[in-house]
Ligand binder design. Structure first.
Ligand code: SF4
Length: 480
């Protein structure tokens, strides 16, 4: 069953131009992505076993995806044996309905959450809020964008597009509204202290916690959460009801295979050997234990994932959401995450958006969002062949007639002309003649039709007055 993802209906050129004209966003995204990608390189430089560990992680993850039919029921059995309840949601609608129902049937009013791209994909917060529930994000980046009523711009660092001044303004507005003391400066310590104080109240008064899951271990029925702030420890222990929403592709079979992959998100995402906190949830609170949820519900979400198994795109399911492909992408670094219009930006977003949903969703992304520089393919720790997949998507979209008719016609005409030597030479003669209208000081500044876009930010040398081919014919005929 195909899934659904939120998609921004604003045309690409408007989304792109909004990104390009936001100098603050470009500066902050540039700084963050550079720091992360440098960190990724450095952590492997100082860790000779890193490459072998990465290979083992890829192997384990690929095998887990192949074994999903057995791992899924095994995970459910283990969780239920531990006292948890499991649900399998085929799509976003089913997943959201399960979570809303759990909350409403238990008269929940206040919910706290850990960061989860899957819940962004499901638009879970909106659904819970429409049902009259209060939802507070407790990851600092998510907390910031929730205050700003925005969506994440980076899958690992959701507020990577905001600088400290903007965050201070948000927190000051929030403090004014609540009648509490605002942060006393825009330094990181003061801003973090403000968020911590505000969140403490929410942690203590929440009725329900919602988490995502970086991995789930079938052997013991354990959901694994990787954070750098420790907020997952609070979300999973303080409220009496806990709901974990996890994609079916996150299941690993045993703790041994989990051990081969658990370092990868932090090493490749932020350049740390291991994340600061790793939280394990294996069931509701046991008798005699003073903390932990009384109820634990695990919602396993398909939303288009199962359809990718057995296809040439199966490796996409190995994504560990480390963000390394975004950090090295020259397009992402310029336009930022919101320009993609999908909940998943960057190279992985270009590939996943049509695959998880519908080929008509944001069909322009594989063409306009990628320069085919192959940097993402090299950065991806899970060896997902992103550049190749982007080319495959371009081909598929042409086959499905999802490319604008003017563009498709132009390329067909171009292919036909350049398929023969005489056609190629004729096109050069025409170009040489036509370019006179667009030449300024010996440089080509514009062109008609779809070629105009190329010249918006660059010029080109003109077509030579004599090509090598013409020169060769002339001299050969002249006997030199
Ligand atoms: S595609 Fe690869 S690099 Fe990109 S987020 Fe997923 S695992 Fe990380």
């Amino acid at each position: 069953m195909a899934g659904t993802l939120p998609a921004d209906p604003t045309p690409w050129h408007e989304r792109r131009d909004a990104g390009l004209s936001d100098s603050t966003m470009r500066r902050t995204i540039g700084t963050v992505t550079k720091r992360f990608s440098t960190g990724q390189r450095q952590v492997f430089n100082g860790y000779p076993e890193g490459a072998t560990a990465r290979e083992a992680a890829v192997k384990a993850k690929r095998q887990a995806i192949r074994d999903l039919d057995t791992l899924l029921p095994r995970l459910r059995d283990s969780v239920e044996t531990n006292g948890g309840q499991t649900y399998l949601a085929r799509d976003a609608t089913e997943a959201v309905a399960v979570v809303v129902k759990i909350a409403q049937s238990r008269k929940v009013q206040r919910i706290i959450k850990t960061k989860s791209m899957l819940t962004e994909e499901l638009q879970l917060n909106q659904a819970l809020q429409e049902a009259g529930l209060s939802v507070v994000e407790t990851d600092l980046g998510e907390y910031i964008i929730q205050q700003a009523h925005e969506t994440p711009s980076h899958i690992l660092a959701p507020a990577a597009h905001k600088n400290r001044d903007q965050i201070e303004t948000l927190f000051r507005d929030d403090a004014r509204e609540k009648g509490i003391t605002p942060p006393n400066s825009n330094n990181a310590e003061s801003l973090t202290r403000y968020a911590r104080q505000r969140l403490r109240e929410d942690f203590l008064h929440a009725d329900m916690g919602i988490t995502g899951g970086n991995f789930a271990v079938a052997e013991t029925g354990t959901v694994v959460l990787i954070t750098n702030e420790g907020n997952a420890d609070m979300v999973t222990t303080l409220p009496s009801i806990l709901v974990s929403v996890v994609g079916i592709e996150k299941i690993m079979d045993t703790w041994e295979t989990l051990g081969t992959i658990i370092q990868q998100p932090a090493m490749n995402g932020i350049g740390q050997r291991l994340s600061s906190y790793t939280t394990f949830v294996s069931g509701p609170r046991r008798e005699g234990v003073v903390e932990g949820p009384v109820e634990w519900h695990l919602v396993l979400v398909d939303n288009g994932r199962n359809l990718l198994r057995g296809t040439e795109f199966e490796d996409v399911l190995s994504c560990i959401r480390c963000g390394a492909c975004l950090n090295v992408c020259p397009v992402f670094r310029q336009v930022g995450g919101h320009a993609y219009g999908s909940v998943y930006p960057g190279p992985i977003g270009i590939v996943e958006t049509p695959l998880l949903t519908d080929w008509r969703i944001l069909p322009e992304l594989p063409t306009v969002g990628c320069t085919v520089c192959h940097a993402c393919g090299e950065a991806c720790p899970m060896e997902i062949d992103l550049p190749h997949h982007i080319i495959q998507l371009r081909q598929e979209k042409v086959r499905r007639h999802l490319v604008a008719s003017g563009v498709a016609r132009s390329y067909r005409w171009w292919a036909k002309m350049w398929a023969t030597a005489s056609g190629y030479q004729r096109s050069l003669r025409w170009a040489r003649w036509g370019q006179r209208l667009y030449l300024k000081q010996g440089t080509l500044h514009d062109a008609p039709g779809i070629a105009h876009g190329w010249f918006v930010s660059r010029n080109m040398p003109p077509v030579a007055s004599e090509t090598f081919h013409e020169w060769w014919l002339k001299h050969r005929q002249g006997g030199t």
